[in-house]
Design a protein around this ligand. Structure first.
Ligand SMILES: [Zn+2]
Length: 336
């Protein structure tokens, strides 16, 4: 018994449960190892100050730091109340740096990722960069796409103070006409305060609700840093204990070694129901685009052999959209 590529394309069965993807800095780094459209590099925590060129600003604090890790530097500045002006200036520079980042004109991992999931699915990102939003914007004119969740705030997103909606930063609320305010960015300090910011707290609420319903969770490039134990705790509570979930699959896309990843994510992994991939294009998502739930059912529930249907990763936008068009047509027809 085998399910062919064509049969997978024609099958719509998993409308009830979402695939939830969680993105960390490693996902953006994997997408743009050499920088964005204009060559702006994505900073990592240990080269953040150098990459953004904010050495002088940081030195103005007069503090000495235990390392060059931005987490340590920011935490020290944050802990000194007299440096509030400097901290505000620093945050503005960081915001502006990320806000200027742009997707290249050719398809990227971000385009492939958003095209490969359906409207019932969710992509929750820890990243401040605007790539997920830009990818949804440029592919969303042609396709029904997954919904984004912003776990640490995002430079491309604004929200209505009265809680009506979130949308593009700087746009007007379509309900009350007020200008959307920028989302706060959550900085790397031990005391994150996920519940203090209304916007962020709502985002986590959405993630929690969706994780409870999810048939599969994919963690892409999220290192679960020690300074973010609150995030892991929230994820753990939302997911429930591995024993209380008997079938769901957990997928990790990460370049770190498997044992390290399994140690990090053991509270989430139910016996053998996990897989680790080094690159996005080996993932369940890239090999069963827009049918991850159906492929999951065929493989794990009906115990059939399944053929992969890898997305055309080297195609330009025209070819890419043509290829995905066939999948969406089946969805449009069958969900009527
Ligand atoms: Zn409003």
């Amino acid at each position: 018994m085998e399910v062919s590529r064509e049969q997978e394309i024609q099958q719509i069965e998993a409308e009830g449960a979402p695939h939830v993807v969680i993105l960390g800095a490693g996902a953006s780094y994997a997408a743009f190892p050499y920088g964005d459209k204009n060559g702006h590099k994505l900073p990592l925590m240990n080269n953040f100050v150098e990459t953004l060129g904010i050495e002088e600003l940081v030195n103005k604090s007069g503090l000495s730091f235990s390392s060059t890790n931005f987490e340590d530097i920011y935490s020290s500045i944050y802990a000194a109340p007299e440096l509030i002006d400097l901290r505000t200036e620093l945050e503005e520079v960081v915001y502006a740096y990320f806000q200027e980042m742009e997707l290249p004109d050719t398809p990227t991992i971000y385009d492939h990722l958003v095209l490969s999931l359906r409207k019932k699915d969710f992509i929750a990102t820890f990243n401040w960069d605007p790539f997920l939003v830009q990818a949804i914007r440029r592919n969303g004119q042609h396709f029904n796409l997954p919904r984004p969740i912003f776990l640490h705030g995002n430079v491309a997103v604004g929200y209505c103070k009265s809680g009506h909606m979130m949308g593009n930063s700087g746009a007007l609320c379509s309900f009350c006409g007020e200008r959307l305010v920028n989302t706060p960015l959550l900085y790397p300090v031990a005391e994150k305060g996920y519940q203090n910011e209304e916007f962020i707290s709502r985002q986590w609420g959405t993630l929690e609700a969706q994780l409870k319903r999810a048939f599969m969770v994919t963690i892409f490039g999220y290192g679960a840093p020690a300074s973010d134990t609150a995030a892991i705790e929230l994820l753990k509570n939302a997911w429930g204990s591995p024993d209380s979930r008997n079938m769901e699959e957990f997928e990790i896309i990460d370049i770190r070694n498997e044992q390290e990843l399994v140690d990090t994510w053991s509270p989430f992994i139910h016996s053998h129901h996990y897989q680790v991939e080094g690159i996005f294009y080996d993932s369940w998502i890239a090999n069963h685009p827009r049918r991850t739930g159906e492929a999951y059912l065929n493989h794990f529930y009906y115990a059939k052999f399944i053929e992969n249907n890898p997305l055309p990763k080297d195609a330009g936008f025209e070819g890419l959209w043509d290829w995905f068009e066939k999948l969406q047509q089946v969805e449009d027809t069958k969900s009527k």
